[in-house]
Design a protein around this ligand. Structure first.
Ligand code: DGI
Ligand code: FE
Ligand code: FE
Length: 195
């Protein structure tokens, strides 16, 4: 599937605002792919597809989680976390996209995970820093994204987890796994209380 086809397929499933967000994520992802020597084509395609399942009904997403190999514990967490994993399944079923790197980037774009690939990091970060976003501290993350992909992902992960905790929300384990793994990648064994 090429980019033009992907855009045409995804557009009717999204609101205008979400579609514009998607195009900005794609633009940001391509820039990051250039900067960090990743496939620009895969980054662009994964970005176009990343929120594909965002507006599926909760019933439909729940059914996909139950009948696929997706982790069932997703159902114990907020439904905002379902569209990435379900999207990774739907792009294969509906568009025949079996590229594991693209499926992984779509799957984990909301939470991250331990052991993210460069493409996973690019989509996770592009979704966070695209020019339409205005989170507290986002400009620092944007600046860091020009120099250090992993460190910028760590900042985004930390901001999101801190925000969720401030709202008394539960945090999906993969979000913590991402944070821990990115922290180890950035500061290694020098973390204060770690062996
Ligand atoms: O789909 P988008 O709005 O472009 O962005 P997203 O997929 O990154 O995030 C969707 C929402 O999910 C966002 O409001 C933050 C929230 N979120 C991210 N990680 C977690 C989470 N919500 C819960 N409950 N737990 C998490 O670990
Ligand atoms: Fe999303
Ligand atoms: Fe998004």
């Amino acid at each position: 599937m090429n980019i033009t086809e992907a855009i045409e397929k995804v557009k009717p499933h999204l609101t205008v605002k979400r579609f514009e967000h998607t195009l900005r994520v794609a633009d940001t992802a391509v820039k990051l792919a250039k900067r960090y020597d990743a496939s620009q084509t895969k980054a662009e395609l994964a970005a176009i597809l990343h929120d594909y399942a965002k507006y599926r009904s909760l019933d439909e997403m729940e059914r996909w989680i139950r009948k696929s190999t997706l982790p069932k514990d997703l159902l114990d967490y907020h439904h905002e976390l379902w569209h990435g994993p379900v999207g990774a399944i739907l792009i294969e079923r509906e568009f025949g996209i079996r590229d594991k790197e693209i499926q992984s980037a779509v799957h984990y774009h909301t939470t991250g995970k331990a052991g993210m690939s460069i493409l996973d990091k690019i989509i996770f970060l592009a979704d966070y820093i695209e020019p339409g976003r205005s989170f507290p501290g986002i400009n620092d993350v944007r600046k860091k994204a020009e120099q250090d992909l992993t460190h910028a992902c760590l900042m985004a992960s930390k901001n999101t987890i801190t925000y969720l905790i401030s709202k008394n929300t539960t945090v999906y384990p993969d979000s913590f796994h991402a944070y821990n793994d990115l922290t180890r990648q950035i500061i290694g064994g020098s973390s204060l209380h770690e062996k």
